[in-house]
Design a protein around this ligand. Structure first.
Ligand SMILES: Cc1cc2nc3c(=O)[nH]c(=O)nc-3n(C[C@H](O)[C@H](O)[C@H](O)COP(=O)(O)O)c2cc1C
Ligand SMILES: Nc1ncnc2c1ncn2[C@@H]1O[C@H](COP(=O)(O)OP(=O)(O)O)[C@@H](O)[C@H]1O
Ligand SMILES: [Mg+2]
Length: 148
């Protein structure tokens, strides 16, 4: 079941990926190191999730996260990447990123074109924005996990 393990709280350092998020997709994703990927429940459903994100001790923002192998790019290694719905002034590689996976949107897909992938991501962001307004999602934003 795709909602098994949710909400799931993850933490780790923001590391370098392939640099495609900003360049190809106009959608930067903060990537986790391999240790975080390896710590996931083995039967966690790959796919696109929505939830909350906090960089270092900052504010808590809405996010969408992709967990899997990116079939469009055919990555060899599974990755966990988070796009935060907030405009940051600069990159934050090396920062601590805490996330809460709250809900599941869809499975990862391959696409015929980059434009199709970009449009799917835009739709994911719109769906996440809406779902995160629900009271059950708001409760998770207030979880003590995000307190410092
Ligand atoms: C909301 C969201 C949905 C995504 N959905 C897919 C998908 O269905 N298929 C896919 O191949 N990649 C998907 N991706 C992953 C992108 O391919 C990935 O973010 C891109 O390769 C950037 O990787 P990088 O951080 O290593 O540069 C998605 C990313 C986001 C943020
Ligand atoms: N709103 C945002 N969400 C996620 N990352 C962001 C955001 N704004 C800036 N960034 C920065 O962009 C980087 C990700 O860009 P991306 O093109 O996906 O490169 P990489 O392949 O190295 O992950 C993040 O590590 C972070 O430092
Ligand atoms: Mg990235």
């Amino acid at each position: 079941m795709s909602t098994k393990h949710l909400p799931l709280f993850l933490e780790g350092e923001v590391t370098k990926g392939f640099g495609r998020g900003s360049k190809d997709l106009g959608c930067p994703t903060a990537n986790y190191p391999l240790e975080v990927v390896q710590s996931l429940p083995k039967d966690l459903e790959p796919g696109v999730y929505y939830g909350w994100a906090q960089v270092d001790k900052g504010d808590i923002y809405k996010m969408v996260a992709n967990i899997g192998w990116c079939p469009f790019y055919q990555n060899k290694q599974m990755s966990v990447e988070t796009h935060i719905m907030h405009k940051f002034d600069k990159d934050f590689y090396g920062s601590q990123l805490k996330i809460a996976l709250v809900g599941y949107l869809r499975g990862e897909k391959n696409f015929n074109s980059l434009d199709d992938l970009i449009n799917a991501i835009k739709q994911d962001i719109a769906n996440a924005e809406k779902s995160l307004e629900q009271p059950e999602a708001q409760n998770i934003k207030n979880n003590k996990y995000f307190d410092y």
